[in-house]
Design a protein. Structure first.
Length: 111
């Protein structure tokens, strides 16, 4: 008997640096969620990001990037606290989420 629980569909892109070309960052508004398995708060943020990715599909891309597997990329953007979110616009970091209301940050960062 197969006891594997299938992953539920998600609008969030699971990324790694090899599949995350710079063109992605330059082409649209992208929220990158830097996370690690050892950081349980990412589980609290993920449902909000899922809602954003679904409701704003085509306007913003949400990418979940495991920093344990992509440490150099995380270091390049100064990731030193987890979970961390970065809003990219035109290939540049436009804003960093460092706490507070996630919904308000997303609204302001997308403006």
């Amino acid at each position: 008997m197969n006891t594997t629980i299938p992953e539920r569909p998600t609008a969030i892109v699971n990324g790694d640096v090899s599949a995350f070309p710079e063109e992605d960052l330059k082409s649209a508004k992208v929220i990158v969620h830097f996370w690690g398995k050892w950081c349980p708060p990412f589980e609290l943020i993920e449902p909000i990001l899922e809602q954003v990715a679904t409701e704003l599909a085509g306007k913003v891309k949400v990418v979940k990037l495991n920093i344990g597997e992509n440490r150099d990329f995380a270091t390049q953007y100064g990731v030193d606290d987890f979970p961390m979110l970065a809003m990219f616009k035109g290939g540049e970091v436009a804003d960093i989420y460092d706490g507070g209301s996630l919904g308000c940050w997303i609204s302001e960062a997308l403006a």
